[in-house]
Design a protein around this ligand. Structure first.
Ligand SMILES: O=C([O-])[C@@H](O)[C@@H](O)[C@H](O)[C@@H](O)C(=O)[O-]
Ligand SMILES: [Mg+2]
Length: 429
């Protein structure tokens, strides 16, 4: 029986453009942590999670609980980690209840790396360990951002992996409806996406609704649209502007903060609401059902405690008539591969999944960037995740981490560097 012998935790910094959101501005680097677990018979499994020095320290602490354990026994591993880190309540997590949870992040990183090991031992792809493949290709959506001009990182994108207009469009500023339409055209041309999401919460709702109307005019009714103001609107604002968007949106994502407010907007508007901010853990489900706070839960295996937990969530969604899709943050190919295995195992994928991947240019896997074909990614067929760590790239990206000085994501501070005095407001309009 193979046992966990080594755990390597490597924080990395990847170039990220100056993207805008309700919390402020993306820093020139986004942080990720790559975890590698090695068994005593030298089988290695990998995973990638959002980077944060506190989570990295907790992962270091978890090592002692994990070394010597059977990577196949994920149930015991989770129980041991839960016993140590506890389950943090939403109340304890304050204003951002979806974030900063040690247990979900740590277990997700350990689970994905162990599934990679199990896949390599059994010779099966991770999707098979999740119950088997329902589709060969997983569809993703274009993910547009208002942004300042520039590419991020002091060296810019370096050798840009994208040859088409996307390389230029990714550098261009996008601060109004016209430039958002241009960004959408370039991104869809490069990746073949067939649905479009706009990250909102940046400008006053009038501008953002006009951007959605411009996208609708440019792409027509066949391309599903979504907008995500990251819960920065008042209930009345969401209802007023939501009415204008009725008929052109596939769903409206987190227009307002909290399950009660989401339920009020949903009842009033009658258009599907999606969330990755109000129902964000299993503990939130009973209240979500009671109130009817959303139609679609945007899962994320990094935030819901792994791939198998996301399968469990899918069953709950099916039982209670909720849709399920996927949320994303800035990420590389290890996370994308895990998302694709999960997306292939889900019983249905009625909505194209979110991914920030087009905004990144770095990669940490052998063979470079994962390819999209007509907006979809083919499910890797090799054993485990089907992607291998590029150790030279890992070292380079770790060096970026050491040099960039960032220890956690803070979009508010980044925005203040551009706009002195700018302050985050949980609800702005
Ligand atoms: O990267 C961003 O700016 C996004 O706003 C991200 O932080 C969100 O978590 C996410 O993409 C979302 O759908 O809310
Ligand atoms: Mg969202």
């Amino acid at each position: 029986m193979p046992l966990i012998q080594e755990i390597h935790i490597t924080p990395i910094a990847i170039v990220d453009p100056p993207l805008l959101n309700a919390a402020g501005l993306h820093a020139p680097y986004a942080l990720r942590t790559v975890v590698e677990i090695v068994t005593d018979d030298r089988i290695s499994g990998i995973s990638e999670i959002p980077g944060n020095a506190d989570i990295d320290a907790a992962l270091e602490e978890a090592k002692a609980l994990l070394i010597g354990r059977d990577p196949f026994n994920l149930n015991v591993i989770r129980q041991v980690l839960a016993g140590h880190f506890g389950t943090e309540s939403a109340a304890a997590r304050g204003d951002a209840p979806w974030d900063q949870r040690k247990l979900v992040h740590i277990f997700s990183s350990v689970e994905v790396a162990c599934l990679d090991i199990i896949g390599k031992i059994t010779g099966r792809p991770v999707v098979d360990l999740l119950g088997g493949k329902m589709r060969d290709r997983v569809p993703f959506s274009a993910y547009l951002f208002y942004k300042f001009e520039g590419a991020g990182g002091p060296l810019g994108f370096g050798t840009d992996p994208y040859a088409t207009g996307w390389a230029a469009a990714r550098q261009a500023a996008a601060l109004d409806p016209e430039s958002i339409v241009e960004q959408a055209r370039a991104m869809c041309k490069e990746f073949g996406f067939q649905s479009i999401k706009l990250k909102g919460g940046v400008f006053e709702p009038r501008v953002e609704v006009d951007s959605m109307l411009a996208l609708h005019r440019a792409f027509g009714p066949a391309v599903p649209l979504r907008v995500d103001p990251n819960a920065i609107w008042e209930v009345d604002t969401a209802i007023r502007y939501g009415r204008e968007l009725k008929g052109i949106l596939e769903y409206l994502e987190d227009p307002v903060r909290g399950q009660e407010n989401m339920a009020r907007v949903r009842k009033e508007l009658g258009i599907p609401l999606a969330t990755n901010m109000c129902t964000t853990s299993f503990g939130d489900i009973p209240r979500s059902i009671e109130l009817g706070s959303e139609d679609i839960i945007l899962s994320d295996h990094h935030f819901w405690g792994g791939l198998r937990a996301s399968m469990t969530l899918s069953g709950i969604c099916e039982t209670f008539g909720r849709g399920l899709s996927m949320h994303s943050n800035s990420h590389l190919g290890i996370s994308l591969a895990a998302m694709v295995h999960l997306g292939a195992a889900l019983p249905g994928v009625p909505y194209a999944l979110d991914t920030h991947y087009p905004w990144q240019s770095d990669e940490v896997i052998v063979g470079g960037r994962i390819q999209f074909d007509e907006g979809s990614v083919a499910v890797p067929t090799g054993p485990g995740l089907g992607v291998e760590l590029d150790r030279a790239a890992l070292q380079k990206l770790h060096q970026n981490y050491l040099e960039c000085g960032l220890k956690k994501r803070d979009d508010e501070i980044e925005m203040q560097k551009k706009v002195p005095g700018w302050e985050f407001k949980a609800v702005r309009w």
